[in-house]
Write a protein that binds this ligand. Structure first.
Ligand code: GAR
Length: 193
């Protein structure tokens, strides 16, 4: 990742689809002195995403793109990101798969958080699959995004222990708490901070 010059923070966009609790924790982090990034744009594929409320609360620009025509939405997205001088993208519960072409344009500049210990349990319904396999541990991973789903270089992981009476819901909540700590840590790590 490029070196930070002066006190300029790296202009970042966060992509969401739902609640946006990771977005909220990233906004909080971005406002701290030690953060190398500022959050300047929120993108969602879902106009009903609860997380979009944070755009209003924190006065951050936002755009909803429905991705029904992926190529059109992504072309639009590229223009928006360029216009707003966005240098980095954080996927935070973004449930659409970006095209190879889009990822190539932001090569090495897109991060994702996934609620499993990758390379195990890529894709959807992670927690129920983990429980069905009677795993003793699960966790979360922050990784660079490449053209293969949930397969880019791993930056950081956090392991959590699965309890005897664990449900998919309780595991999701337990892991989410760790996600909120792990994403900022991973950002500091890629900037060597
Ligand atoms: C998080 O657990 C995130 O890891 C997961 O969706 C949740 C979003 O929560 N992402 C994926 O499953 C991506 N494949 P949030 O909207 O409260 O941040």
């Amino acid at each position: 990742m490029a070196l930070l010059t002066g006190c300029n923070k790296v202009r970042t966009a966060v992509f969401i689809s739902g609640t946006g609790s990771n977005l909220k924790s990233l906004i909080k982090f971005s406002k701290s002195k030690k953060s190398p990034i500022s959050i300047n744009f929120i993108i969602s594929n879902n106009s009903e995403a609860k997380g979009l409320n944070y755009a209003k609360i924190f006065k951050i620009k936002k755009k909803v793109l429905n991705f029904t025509n992926k190529k059109l939405s992504e072309n639009n997205l590229i223009l928006i990101l360029k216009k707003n001088k966005i240098e980095m993208i954080l996927l935070a519960g973004f449930m659409k798969i970006l095209s190879k072409n889009f990822i190539k344009k932001f090569k090495g500049k897109i991060l994702n958080i996934h609620p499993s210990l990758l390379p195990k349990y890529k894709g959807l319904n992670t927690h129920s699959r983990v429980l069905n396999n009677s795993e003793k541990y699960s966790g979360c991973t922050v990784h660079f995004v490449n053209s293969k789903l949930d397969s880019g270089k791993i930056i950081l992981q956090k392991k959590v222990k699965i309890s005897k009476d664990e449900t998919a819901g309780s595991l999701a909540r337990k892991i989410l708490i760790q996600e909120h700590k792990l994403y900022p840590k991973a950002i500091l790590k890629i900037f060597n901070l």
